[in-house]
Design a protein around this ligand. Structure first.
Ligand SMILES: *Cc1c(COP(=O)(O)O)cnc(C)c1O
Length: 434
């Protein structure tokens, strides 16, 4: 498989080149040059998850890549369960939060890390990551101890939960945690600017672990493919999905799985009070704006990167606006939904998952008669400061997080500009892999 830039189709790259560069040279995002739909018919949902993933992803690698190699890679990356749990009649929860950092970001981060181990780099590289909370911890956990990768994680100061911050700042060694005095969009802009800066490239060899990296998105197609196929086999119907959205990586992966021919009907987008995507779909005019802070903080995005990939998939903004449906959910609605499902279904979800449950609650009677799968993006214990006062309960902490909470933590603080980041990252004591 080759990849092309969303901006100029003549800019192409192999899988390895696309992963190592992160961003295309014209500033676009890498997308597959074709959809290998022939692989879909060869897959059945009775395969173990890592074997299914390897078969599905094989066409997306270089031609010579062996299935055995990929199966090993996928066994390393996806070493945790992916349960589908029934909540109500026709309502299911796809729990993507059973990895080491308890959010769906573990799928992409662990796959990316396994790819880098396979690349076996001759020279060390710096992986830059902007995080709205959960990406940073997933990448830090997946890359901690890597001998050829230095990881720099940018998070918006004061805008993530204490437990999210602990999961980012507890690593040391090859992981440098940086609090940026700004928003997630500032962090993301810094990463893009650094990637396009020739001095960064020559002095460090930089790439990104954000969902602009193609190796983050490809593994996310797998759970949509696997679960929808399994669903169809068991129920002889085609499921619908509701996806909590921020930077639009997860929902792009859902549309890519559908594009590959997996049995997926409607895909609805849920956003928090950041209305950039619903506004765009309603008006056809894209207006990036500053992110506002909400209870679902990992979705506090005012300029979502992966919109460019969705636009590319649908061809133009008219087609995209006609097909996609997004609903903005307020903090009050998140609170009400959390309470409703806790009381009625004894179900505690994270605030992001609650946005999708709220969208579910708004469905028409005709729609609600169909089967719906809510994508549960994080474990509620990561957001205990939000949830516990609302539900008046204590959320128990799984073993993965309990261990992390006991580690010492450290981080640096910078102003939201590239020179501040350069000064920090190029300092010899921060530059060397420890
Ligand atoms: C990252 C994240 C999201 C948003 O996913 P995108 O791929 O950025 O749209 C939603 N929920 C949680 C818990 C997240 O960590």
């Amino acid at each position: 498989m080759n990849y092309q830039s969303t901006r100029h189709s003549q800019n192409t790259a192999t899988f390895t080149e696309a992963v190592l560069s992160g961003l295309a040279p014209d500033g676009g995002l890498w997308v597959p040059t074709r959809w290998p739909t022939e692989v879909t018919a060869t897959l059945t949902a009775d395969l173990p998850y890592p074997d299914f993933a390897a078969k599905l992803l094989q066409p997306f690698f270089e031609v010579k890549t062996s299935l055995n190699d990929l199966t090993t890679l996928c066994k390393m990356a996806f070493d945790f369960p992916v349960p589908l749990r029934q909540i109500r009649n026709n309502l299911w929860l796809l729990e993507l939060f059973h990895g080491p950092t308890l959010a769906f970001k573990d799928f992409g981060a662990r796959f990316l890390s396994a790819c880098y181990q396979r690349f076996n780099l001759a020279k060390p590289m710096t992986l830059l990551v902007a995080t709205s909370g959960d990406t940073g911890s997933a990448i830090a956990s997946a890359f901690h101890g890597h001998s050829t990768m230095r990881v720099v994680i940018l998070f918006p100061e004061g805008k993530i939960t204490a437990r999210q911050q602990q999961q980012i700042t507890c690593w040391g060694d090859n992981v440098l945690a940086v609090a940026v005095r700004g928003t997630f969009d500032d962090c993301q802009r810094l990463v893009k600017n650094a990637l396009q800066d020739p001095t960064w490239q020559t002095s460090l060899g930089v790439t990104t672990g954000n969902s602009i990296n193609i190796a983050r998105l490809l593994p996310q197609m797998v759970y949509y493919a696997y679960i929808s196929l399994k669903w169809q086999t068991q129920h002889q119907t085609v499921p619908n999905f509701i996806v909590p959205c921020g930077n639009l990586g997860n929902v792009t992966a859902a549309y890519w799985a559908k594009q590959l021919g997996f049995p997926i009907q409607d895909i609805l987008l849920a956003t928090n009070a950041n209305t950039v995507v619903p506004d765009f779909l309603r008006t056809g005019v894209y207006q990036a704006c500053a992110a506002i802070a909400t209870l679902a903080n990992a979705m506090d995005v005012g300029n979502p990167s992966n919109l460019e990939r969705l636009l590319h998939l649908f061809g133009n903004s008219e087609a995209l606006c006609a097909k996609l449906q997004a609903t903005s959910v307020s903090d009050d609605e998140i609170r009400t939904t959390l309470l409703e499902f806790a009381t009625q279904n004894n179900l505690v979800v994270c605030p992001h998952t609650a946005t999708a449950l709220h969208v579910y609650n708004q469905l028409s009677p005709k729609q609600i008669a169909k089967p719906w799968i809510i994508v549960a993006t994080a474990h509620p214990c990561k957001f205990e400061q939000v949830i516990e006062p609302i539900l008046n309960t204590v959320i128990s902490v799984p073993a993965q997080l309990a261990t992390i909470l006991t580690r010492p933590s450290a981080y640096k603080v910078i102003e939201p500009n590239l020179s501040a980041l350069s000064t920090l990252v190029m300092q010899p004591q921060n530059k060397d892999l420890r």
